[in-house]
Design a protein around this ligand. Structure first.
Ligand SMILES: Nc1ncnc2c1ncn2[C@@H]1O[C@H](COP(=O)(O)OP(=O)(O)O)[C@@H](O)[C@H]1O
Ligand SMILES: [Mg+2]
Length: 319
């Protein structure tokens, strides 16, 4: 997924110091982040972190206490109609007439909203893989199919951002996978942004190009994710284990080099674990060789998002 993090023109959704207080409790605390065109961003946090409250404020279902939300530059606070027309969202479970067909449900919605063409209806139905099920009654749909019908409905008016609150809740693993694939396809085909919340890290890793982590209503961090792997795109460089014939000599050689952060020296196991920048690896290898250290292997220690996540949130709260 292409991203241009510094391009302001591509910002579809912007939260600015968004805050929700109820009585003494601060449910969402000065939360700021942006979502850009074509991105799938995960709003990730344990249960009770404030994800639903945040999303409900974004779509105007509840009032914000302070701060603001901008959609395509329009304020939800002061330009609600102009802002909200760029949004397609499912916040609570999508409600349908179960005795009517999928198609009739969409037509019902079409009558209530302006400018939705027959062609657009066919287009969104195809996009969520419901073409064959359109003439079936909704009561015969699986939960996953209902969710997808909800997404089709949310897409009808050509929004610039699709917002979904825990869309995979209650789905079985096959349904989760299906949902993930459809969301990726939608982001690509429609060229729109998607904001999706979840308490499941494993799910976000496979679906999102970026996660914004919140806890107790507060922003914790955000992280770009590489597309298909479990690896995080880290600014910290690489973590390498050198297995050598003389760990002591290796360590003393490494100590004299700039920009090498030695993490572990294990003389018994004859290894040294260090952190460095990619571009410094060749000079480390030649310095070690120059000092007569024999290198048997260099193994990269990959940090998973899960490791990182546990660091961010103090551990234990997210599976
Ligand atoms: N209407 C409300 N009144 C008081 N507290 C609420 C209300 N709605 C949610 N909360 C509390 O706000 C916190 C965040 O809830 P929520 O946004 O539902 O979190 P999440 O969706 O991340 O699980 C929780 O502690 C929840 O108990
Ligand atoms: Mg929730």
């Amino acid at each position: 997924m292409s991203q241009t993090p510094n391009n302001k023109d591509n910002i579809i959704l912007s939260l600015e110091q968004l805050t929700k207080k109820i009585g003494q409790q601060t449910l969402v605390d000065q939360l700021s982040f942006q979502v850009r065109k074509g991105e799938i961003v995960g709003l990730l946090g344990p249960n009770g972190a404030g994800k639903t409250t945040t999303i409900r404020m974004i779509v105007g279902l509840i009032k914000m206490t302070s701060g603001d939300v901008f959609i395509q530059g329009k304020s939800i606070r002061s330009q609600f109609t102009e802002a909200i027309r760029h949004v397609g969202a499912i916040v609570e479970n999508p409600e349908f007439y179960s005795f009517m067909t999928g198609l009739d449900n969409l037509k019902q919605y079409q009558r209530m909203s302006e400018g939705v063409t027959e062609e657009r209806m066919q287009q969104v139905v195809k996009l969520v893989g419901l073409t064959d099920a359109m003439n079936k009654k909704v009561k015969a749909y699986s939960l996953g199919m209902r969710q997808r019908l909800g997404i089709a409905q949310a897409l009808l008016h050509n929004p610039s951002i699709l917002i979904l609150d825990e869309p995979t809740n209650g789905l079985d693993p096959a349904g989760i996978r299906e949902m993930r694939d459809y969301l990726k396809k939608i982001a690509k085909v429609e060229g729109i942004a998607i904001l999706v919340s979840s308490h499941l890290l494993s799910e976000m890793e496979l679906m999102c190009s970026r996660v914004v982590v919140i806890q107790q209503g507060k922003y914790v961090t955000e992280q770009l994710l590489t597309d298909s792997t479990n690896k995080i795109a880290s600014n910290d460089g690489v973590k390498l284990m050198f297995i050598v014939d003389n760990a002591e000599l290796a360590a003393s050689t490494l100590h004299s080099l700039p920009l090498v952060n030695i993490l572990t020296v294990n003389v018994e196991a004859q290894h040294v674990i260090l952190q460095t920048k990619n571009e410094d690896v060749p000079s480390i290898v030649s310095a070690l060789s120059g000092q007569g250290v024999g290198i048997y292997r260099i193994i990269e220690e990959k940090q998973t998002l899960e490791d990182e996540f546990l660091k961010w949130t103090g551990g234990g709260q997210i599976v």
